[in-house]
Design a protein around this ligand. Structure first.
Ligand code: GLU
Length: 511
């Protein structure tokens, strides 16, 4: 049964533990699309209750990535909102009361076991069938907790501030089920679920308690998260049932894994196969380990968002190119696939190429200008650069390609591939280019049409096929066998520079 929802409110709830994997951005995207489609709110909540995993800079990095992708939250620690604070560490005092409420109702208990005692338990109960015994119904009555100690002892230990955690008491022989928006009916046997810690000795909640309490307090209507969280679902369902009632539980969707060349896509795959896995470059401050990002690799955010949308979803047709607006309009959770989606870097590059072609020259201008400036090309005239962009964008797969495709408009090629000219070079061809230089002097309007006309007339006069002359001409101007129409290039670099580059190559060829 679909529950009635007053306002769609979804959340992305990252732990600030490192770079943002493309799977994480896809989770953001599906949340965002759903929220926008239903005129709802998209919230980012920082789940930083595990202080041991906290990484400096990771939170800011997450927001930078979302901004680059154009997936701006409505509410977050940076954006504010009326359900804050949006960092769980700043909500620490909220959680204890819920843990105590669970104890009161008999659904949770204090556990005083020390790390050594837990270790002993694991060794004591280890069997071949059960190599890593868990703290669960079969074990809890053999441990040091408020179920086994007398109420007086418990009171005393609490007053003496003996360190404790609060654990959920998972019921036995129950089937815990819920209706996932992608997987439909999902059930779990309570006997295989352990008594998870809800509140840690430092007073911080664990993810399990905090996620449920905050989804409730922040009035989250739908929670979409990676499939790796499915195994935590039974604990969360029980917490919803015990604390707030299942009617309030958000509708969940567990998104399929993104697969790499061998199983779940990992950042190691990126390093191994030479493709980015993170949204943006990330340097782990703990060990200076660098992981490459799609942004710096030369992807347009539109392409990145598009390719992520397609990793696990389609609109029922063959269409693959979607703008964010089209995605908002057409996205539906029901069309998200159940099985893992394979990431294909070739295909990712195809998306970028298509988006470069689709983008207006105006849109690409600041991006390409930035690239060239970083490569020490100065004094760039915007309208000139726009012309270049229009001329070469068909040839660019990554933003970086705009450099090799336009650099020769700004400076002489560093290297001219003489070896590609020499085998078919003749005296006649040399004469042709010397005479061509003279002809160029006579061109008044310097249009590409006039340049082409002179070229063709002269080649006809000298009985040399223009096709045999165009390749050397191109190599003289750009240094290699690439670039747009050669007469366009001559037109754009100007008369003096065209003559100069022909001359310079002729001198080398005749040496
Ligand atoms: N804090 C979890 C994470 O790091 C959130 C999982 C969820 O969305 O419930 O992904």
């Amino acid at each position: 049964m679909q529950k009635q929802v007053s306002k769609v409110r979804v959340r992305f709830a990252p732990s600030p533990t490192g770079g943002l994997h493309l799977g994480g951005v896809r989770t953001v995207l599906y949340n965002y699309l759903f929220a926008k489609k239903h005129h709802g709110d998209f919230i980012v909540r920082i789940e930083d209750t595990d202080q041991t995993r906290f990484v400096e800079g990771a939170e800011q990095y997450i927001f930078d990535c979302l901004r680059w992708c154009g997936l701006e939250p409505n509410e977050s620690p940076l954006h504010g909102g009326s359900f804050g604070p949006y960092r769980q560490s700043e909500r620490k005092s909220t959680y204890l009361q819920y843990a105590l409420q669970l104890i009161e109702a008999g659904h949770a208990y204090y556990a005083f076991d020390t790390p050594t005692e837990l270790e002993e338990m694991r060794n004591r109960f280890k069997t071949d069938e059960n190599p890593s015994p868990q703290y669960d119904a079969s074990i809890r009555m053999k441990m040091k907790n408020s179920l086994t100690l007398s109420p007086d002892d418990v009171k005393k230990m609490l007053s003496e501030k003996v360190p404790y955690v609060i654990r959920i008491k998972i019921p036995q022989n129950e089937t815990i089920s819920f209706n996932d928006m992608i997987h439909q009916e999902v059930s779990f046997d309570s006997n295989v679920v352990d008594d998870k810690v809800l509140l840690k000795a430092d007073g911080m909640p664990t993810y399990h308690l905090a996620v449920v309490v905050d989804d409730y307090l922040m009035k989250i209507s739908h929670a979409f998260r990676g499939e790796e969280w499915l195994s935590s679902a039974p604990v969360h369902i029980l917490l919803w049932k015990y604390l707030f009632g299942l009617d309030h539980m958000p509708q969940w969707a567990h998104l399929p894994l993104i697969l790499g060349p061998a199983g779940k896509l990992s950042k190691r795959d990126g390093a191994k196969f030479g493709f980015p896995v993170y949204a943006m470059n990330w340097i782990d401050p703990r060990n200076n380990e660098f992981t490459e990002g799609f942004k710096e690799k030369g992807f347009l955010p539109e392409a990145f968002v598009n390719l992520l949308a397609i990793l696990g979803w389609n609109n029922g047709t063959e269409q693959e190119l979607f703008s964010l607006e089209e995605l908002i309009d057409q996205f539906s959770l029901e069309r998200v696939h159940k099985s893992g989606a394979k990431f294909d870097y070739e295909k990712a590059q195809w998306f970028n190429h298509e988006w470069i072609k689709k983008s207006s020259d105006d849109h690409l201008l600041p991006i390409v200008k930035n690239l060239l400036t970083n490569k020490n090309i100065s004094d760039i005239n915007d309208s000139f650069l726009k012309k270049l962009i229009g001329l070469v964008k068909e040839r660019c797969t990554l933003i970086e390609d705009f450099y090799s495709q336009t650099v020769y408009f700004f400076k002489k090629p560093d290297y001219v591939e003489l070896e590609a000219i020499q085998p078919k070079w003749t005296m006649d061809k040399s004469t042709f280019f010397n005479r061509f230089i003279e002809k160029l002097d006579g061109i008044e309007d310097w249009s590409f049409q006039s340049i082409e006309n002179e070229f063709k007339q002269l080649s006809a006069e000298m009985l040399i096929k223009p096709g045999e002359l165009q390749l050397p001409f191109r190599i003289m101007l750009v240094g290699g066998k690439f670039g747009p129409a050669v007469f366009e290039i001559a037109n754009l670099i100007g008369k003096a520079e065209t003559k100069h580059r022909i001359n310079a190559t002729l001198m080398k060829l005749n040496n």
